[in-house]
Design a protein around this ligand. Structure first.
Ligand SMILES: [Ca+2]
Length: 216
């Protein structure tokens, strides 16, 4: 699995999209500005009933369905501006049923690394990739659980700078991420699949005190 490879691939696809893949060019990307102006912040994604880590006919989860090179995403409003170092909980459960390539699906956590109130990847800000393929443990009924902040032994986190943070005897992946960006503030957070054909489900998403387990 290589995030850099995925990102590079996407860049190539984006260029190709201008000429040969209008479907991909038409795919919107989530961004905070759109969310704040109340443009819909989901794409090929919605809460569904009957598939849930909680089980039962009434349980719900977020269903992401897309076919490469199309994408799917669901973004999380009202979880921004806090310091990265103040985050205490980022968890989710996943039921991965799609044909998934490296890095998809994942959370993309955009960081205003220099805390200057803008998000500019060309000026030191970064996207952190929280990937269930590299940070999770098996649960029941095919679900896997990610504890991105607390996982002490089986978690690797990467970011758009190419850096890698791994949980080991010297600390958690998350603690190393925070140490790398001590001043960072959360800019925007979304779950996305962009190298997948098929369907994946996400449930029991915990972002500090916010808990997403059914349609809001
Ligand atoms: Ca910034």
């Amino acid at each position: 699995m290589s995030i850099k490879k995925v990102v590079g691939g996407l860049a190539i696809l984006s260029i190709l999209a201008l000429t040969t893949f209008p479907a991909f060019a038409a795919s919107p990307r989530p961004n905070r500005t759109s969310v704040m102006s109340a443009t819909p912040d989901t794409y090929n994604a919605s809460w569904v009933t009957g598939v849930s880590q909680d089980g039962g006919p009434k349980g719900q989860s977020i269903k992401l369905t897309s076919t490469q090179p199309d994408i799917a995403y669901y973004s999380f409003r009202n979880w921004w501006n806090q310091k990265l170092s103040d985050i205490r909980k980022v968890r989710a459960s996943w039921l991965l049923q799609g044909a998934n390539s490296g890095g998809s699906p994942r959370f993309s956590l955009e960081l205003d690394a220099d805390a200057n109130g803008t998000f500019d990847e060309n000026n030191g800000d970064v996207v952190v990739y929280l990937d269930p393929a590299t940070c999770s443990v098996p649960a029941t009924d095919g679900w896997i659980e990610s504890d991105f902040v607390g996982n002490t032994t089986n978690c690797t986190i990467t970011d758009s700078s190419g850096a890698t943070y791994a949980s080991d005897s010297t600390g958690t992946a998350w603690s190393k991420l925070v140490a790398a960006y001590p001043n960072a503030k959360v800019w925007f957070m979304f779950v996305i699949q962009d190298a997948t054909s098929g369907t994946n489900y996400v449930d029991r998403i915990m972002l500090d005190s916010a808990f997403f387990t059914k349609a809001p």
